[in-house]
Design a binder for this molecule. Sequence first.
Ligand code: C2E
Ligand code: MG
Ligand code: MG
Length: 370
Amino acid sequence: MVHLTPIHSAETSATALDCVHPITDVSLLICHELRTPLTSINGALKLLGYQQNGTLSDDAQRLLTIAINNADRLTRLANALENQAVPLLTLLSTTEMDLLQIENDLHRAVEQQEFELAYQPIVAADSGQIVGFEALARWQHSTRGAISPEVFIPLAEKTGLIGTLGRSLLDQACQQLRQWQTEFPAIPALSISVNLSAVQLLQPQLAAEVDAILRRHHLDPSSLKLEVTESALIDNKDLALATLADLHQLGIQLYIDDFGTGYSSLGRLRDLPFDTLKIDRSFIRNKNWAMSEAILMMAERLNLDVIVEGVETLDDVLTLRSLGCKKMQGYYFSAPAAAADIAALLGQQGGGRCFQVDPPVLGAVLDANF
Ligand code: C2E
Ligand code: MG
Ligand code: MG
């Protein structure tokens, strides 16, 4: 089953179905070329130009796959038949086709729970100790390899799959944290951050679901942090804020993710139920220390914690620490990693070793990071 949205020709802004209409002549040639029955080709061409959101039957889905897999040839054949020097017929761009296919595969992947989490340490700037993790979703597609969450999360939102996917990821993250807390009792107050999408915030039952997951894994609500981007509060703000208030009421801390990149209603920051700002990694990449310092100072005045994202070098660590940053996250410490690798890091931390966060001392032999 797949949900389709309208697809428009880039050149004419008519729908693809309009472009290939009438399709009978084209279809006959294509039918011969692809050795596929005429009815299938007609069906496939129609589906490429499907004009409404809807759910397709398995048969229709099969036809759509034929059309997608052969869209290049279909386009060329249709153009040749109509003797067009400049192609008028733009069925789908490669990107659109890719997205359509990925969207299609997403349904199966969610059903079969093909998603895993990678965990990225959040580190105390003064001691170099891990204080928590951000859980980041990963999807290893059977033929395409790793697909970025920046691609599949928006598709999951669009198709309505985000509720099921988000719940399952949150469940995995909580289960994992509980396991680490049990395995490493000497390491105090480990916590986990999970990203919430804007669409999840509009689900009135979200807080109750999160509560049930915490109880199932015997986790204190203070060990869970939920990350929301500023842009998640644009649509249906009242409902989103009500959900955030419910989550906060449970004792869960809320983080503003990618701070500084979205619309920032600085004036309202104090009234929103956030506990921590995560300074977006673009500030660090651009070495924008003046802005980083300004945000750190503002956060302090507002009694908000700060985590800086995208810390990639010891120089970044030292500069940010001198500006008052207390928690950091980034490739300098560790890229997002599989649970087994994180357990190894925690084992080393339990044994007294932690990340290098001090300037190198001339003549001294220093341990490399872990
Ligand atoms: P985010 O929440 O801001 O996550 C941080 C992103 O920065 C991650 O990308 C991480 O791999 C990357 N990163 C971490 N340290 C560094 C660094 O030092 N340098 C650079 N250049 N990048 C670094 P990733 O995993 O590709 O995730 C991208 C975005 O996808 C996330 O941004 C988040 O908005 C979204 N996302 C990921 N997992 C989930 C999820 O489970 N649910 C939802 N709703 N969104 C998710
Ligand atoms: Mg995040
Ligand atoms: Mg972020």
